[in-house]
Design a protein around this ligand. Sequence first.
Ligand SMILES: Nc1ncnc2c1ncn2[C@@H]1O[C@H](COP(=O)(O)OP(=O)(O)OP(=O)(O)O)[C@@H](O)[C@H]1O
Length: 815
Amino acid sequence: MSQEHQDPDLNALSSEGGRIVAEELDILRRIQERLDREAQNAPGQIEDLDAQLIELRDALAEAKEEDQASLVEQMHQVAALSRTRGQGRDAPVDPKNPYFGHLRLREAKSSRQRDVLVGKRTLLDDGDGLSIVDWRNAPVSRLYYRYEEDDEYEEEFDARSLEGTVMVRRSVAVMEASLRRVSAPQGTFVSDRRGRWRDAVGAAKPSLEGGVGTAVRVPQGQLGVHDEDDQPRADKHLQEITALIDKEQFNLITQPESGIVLIQGGAGSGKTTVALHRVAYLAYQDRRRFAPGKMLIMVFNEALVEYIRHVLPSLGIDGVPVTTYRKWSTQLLRKLKLRIPISHVDGVPDAVSRFKKHPVVLRMIDDRIGWQLEEAEELLKKRLGERAGADAALAVWHRNVDLPPVVRAERTLDQIKADVNIPGATRAAAETALRTIRDDLRDVCDDWLELMTDGEALRTALREYAPGAFSDADTASIVRWCAAKAELDEEPEPEEERDEEEAEERGEPGIDAEPAPPRGEADDGEDGEGEASPPPRVRMGHHTVGLDPEDDAILLRLLQRKYGGLFLGGKRFEYEHIVIDEAQDLAPIEVRVLLDCATDGQSVTIAGDKAQKMIFDNGFVDWPQLLGDAGLPHVAIQPLKITYRSTRQVMELSRFVLGPLHSPEDALIAREGAPVGYYQFGDTGEAVAFLAEALRALMQREPTASCALVTRYPQQADVYHDALRIAEVPKLRRVGRQDFSFTPGIDVTDVRQVKGLEFDYVVILDPTIQNYPEVVESRHLMHIAATRAAHQLWLVCSGPPSRLIPEDLIVASLE
Ligand SMILES: Nc1ncnc2c1ncn2[C@@H]1O[C@H](COP(=O)(O)OP(=O)(O)OP(=O)(O)O)[C@@H](O)[C@H]1O
């Protein structure tokens, strides 16, 4: 593997720069020679890691104290390597891009120096003092992410403390086997393709000290800030940026595996990136527990599914399902085979949707279960009457108080059946009562119907639990809409028809799982009933009744509360880790359902930003309140403070747009960039002419750029798209249904489509007073649109401008 075709030319560097780059070139050469050697000598041969471990352990037993720490660390690496072996994750180090970080450590006890490189795979030290550690191998990589050059470090390795000094800490970029950039505290040095090195002045990386450097100079009216040598990357999916992870991000990624980690941060601060790295980190720590199929990444919309999915393989977590709540809940409910057909109706009135997402529903469910249990007990007492042994039978029921209701009924039934001390007649009476109780408790469809259709109970709950949240008109609309579902006709339909219909609903061939008897339901044979036959499907006249989309979570929650979890094929349906991205847009009940799908220990990562709310009827106000409503009042919030995506200029505008919704105490840390452009026109035609020219020029100058033209409403996007197409703007796409291609070009879309995504350039079309009035919703929406821009933002307005736009920006444009 040769480093460069030509010898590197370091003449343009200072002597210190030259020394640093020469050192890095030498290290890369040594690593590449070793990889070459290993590839030639032992293709496919796997080191005997166990033997190495034993050898190291023996050496440790005899080692002098000053040598122990480094032996322990080596053991750690070998152990890590052997853990990942055979899992398809032991791919060799990629010689084209073997590592991205370099540490030189001097150990306190031995004063010995070693070079530790940080990459995506492990390469053990073969005696020349050079090794590569996997970034996920936390005790070692922590030194890289947490310490600066010249820092003294002290870290625990397997209960031993490792102390020393970080002599060198540099990040390096190796591309196609060539060293192209070295960032050190002394400076950043870059090389062109021909190996000519120079100092990079004003590196663009923002830091906590504040984004320094000068704004990019772009001629007025020109869209695009890149020159020929510095084109944006062509793949517009979320990038793998492990090399760039900062200390705070790393701390979040490496939080202990159990418990909830809440990642809050402004737009573009890396929340999604951190959440995905955390998944990769966990998978590395315990590959069996955190196997891809046992984790779940829940995102806001289909575009985000697509945006994120591509980065999973490079993080080593290919195969982790990425989905949206709606898709997940619908598929799950279908698999659970309730007697309600799981198909959704549109056009739910706003008040109904708001009600069904409101935490009041969680309270209503709890209340209902509470009085169901009271009624159950009454029934049991009544049936037992004054019989001998009635108290003993009741005591069994009481003993099981902590069990989920259905399980409680079943367990009590089983125990009483087996209890020979209770007289036979009493047992028989208890059994009959408990079967009735159990069957009543099991039927969550009934629960759902009654919860949603009992007008009086609804009114009382709204009054009591959400005073002021719903007007009388809202309440009337909720009761009316829900009551329509009370007219359900419970005629069972013929078996055949049901199967056909179900297959049609799914739009996919068979669902693998058998009808899932929730726990305890199947093993009931002894009492002569066997498995319950599926209850009748609910139909209204001849039409199958559709659920409101919000009903999914209600049904799932009912199942969880009744059965103590969701059960498929007799097995608990749960995940070892769940990521919830954009959590501010989920309802507390949805979050609650997800949290209860996590295994014990609740390993969950929640990411979100309250400034990027898009769903305004879910009752979200703030994290403590969401988590409190979802039953988790005490989760620490660790905000990310650095903006990586957008420039300071974009962020300043975005904060202005947020107005009172933005906390002024948050410092703005972002790199410098081009000024935000505001262009005012008399009508759309004029705006289109101006835009067409700018966009044609952009695509010619920067063919790999991505640009989003964002309107407030879809119809407006149609108008602009058609006009720009006629004006022959190249690579123009109308994106209306989340179907972004994540390739260079111009996407004309509306603001609701772009959430969570990133574009090189964003143009907000017609930020007028009508489109963005001074209300909370517009503030959030315009903020989301603006913060999608990585490099430059324009506002192109053909009407009276919104008050959310700073006055001086508008005035300046007129001068
Ligand atoms: N430490 C970092 N160094 C450089 N770039 C970073 C860093 N962390 C994140 N980024 C980049 O910043 C951009 C935004 O990241 P990401 O989408 O994860 O942020 P987010 O907080 O989820 O954004 P939003 O809330 O706006 O959707 C991405 O391009 C990502 O690669």
